[in-house]
Design a protein around this ligand. Structure first.
Ligand SMILES: Nc1ncnc2c1ncn2[C@@H]1O[C@H](COP(=O)(O)OP(=O)(O)OP(=O)(O)O)[C@@H](O)[C@H]1O
Ligand SMILES: Cc1ncc(C[n+]2csc(CCO)c2C)c(N)n1
Length: 258
């Protein structure tokens, strides 16, 4: 079975391997504290509709000693995409004047703004797609319908490495029939983690590197789902005959070790 490697190195200050291309999507929730770091690592920056309000309002809060306008000029998104029913007029005008592309997709009322942004990134002509990682901030911890919609986008684009992040945790899909090798960045993530059979029952799951490992085990909603698990070393491996969601906590700064 082919090995698929994963690492949250983008949460480290110098953790941007040049072999990867990061795209950052800003959703409409308070910006996580590490957003400036992800911005620095990312090659492309997209706001999903009202996410532009968050960029405009929240980014200056990370740099209280600086003039808000100069912070905003430094963090200019490449595009704002969505049905544009949440972005404020002053915010749209500000970024439009800076040259940000404003992509009105309001005719499509069947896909979410996150879906539209992922589509936009995948259709960018000059973006290296082969080692693309899409990071979406503000995806978790809010409205449950939006959270499920965001998870559905992960499932819809199962061949794309899309990682949803909040201040507290991240989630990503582990497609079936790979050996997933997850490098744990213990200075910034863990130890709490989970494996969720999001795509239906899994009949054969094997893991290593967890406190509660599974060996050719079954998981399904209503039976076993691996929550409140814990990473035990620097590497976790997972294989499964159905797609799983992997989730791990992100440490608060005072919790950081090593
Ligand atoms: N409370 C929330 N919890 C989780 N994700 C959210 C939340 N609010 C917004 N988002 C994400 O940010 C995106 C943009 O949100 P925005 O509020 O601008 O538009 P919306 O009209 O509420 O969402 P949509 O048009 O996608 O239904 C949403 O598509 C969703 O992915
Ligand atoms: C069965 C069904 N449920 C809800 C919606 C509504 N909806 C889903 S995505 C979206 C666009 C938001 O920008 C809207 C309005 C729908 N179309 N079909």
């Amino acid at each position: 079975m082919e090995v698929m490697s994963h690492s949250s190195a983008y949460l480290l200050p110098h953790g941007n391997p040049s072999s990867l291309t990061y795209a950052l999507i800003i959703l409409n929730q308070r910006l996580p504290r590490f957003t400036p770091l992800l911005w620095k690592h990312a090659h492309v920056h997209i706001c999903a509709d009202g996410g532009a309000n968050r960029l405009y309002d929240d980014m200056p809060l990370f740099f209280p000693e600086e003039d808000g306008r100069s912070v905003r000029l430094r963090y200019k998104p490449d595009a704002i995409k969505g049905d544009l029913d949440s972005i404020r007029a002053d915010v749209q005008e500000f970024y439009s004047n800076l040259g940000t592309k404003i992509e009105d997709a309001s005719r499509d009322q069947d896909t979410t703004d996150l879906h539209k942004c992922v589509d936009y990134i995948l259709n960018m002509p000059n973006l290296e797609q082969s080692n693309l990682r899409i990071l979406a901030v503000g995806a978790l911890g809010g409205r449950f319908d939006h959270e499920m919609g965001n998870i559905n986008v992960i499932c819809r684009f199962s061949d794309v490495q899309l990682i949803l992040l909040s201040d507290h945790c991240l989630i990503q899909l582990l497609p079936h029939d790979y050996v997933h090798r997850i490098q744990i960045q213990s200075s910034v993530e863990g130890p709490d983690c989970g494996l969720i059979p999001i795509a239906g029952p899994s009949r054969r799951i094997t893991t290593t590197g967890l406190k509660w490992n599974l060996t050719d085990a079954e998981m399904s909603f209503g039976k076993l789902v691996s929550t409140s698990n814990s990473v035990q070393g620097d590497v976790v491996t997972v294989t499964s005959d159905s797609d799983l969601l992997w989730t791990i906590t992100i440490k608060r700064p005072q919790e950081k070790c090593s």
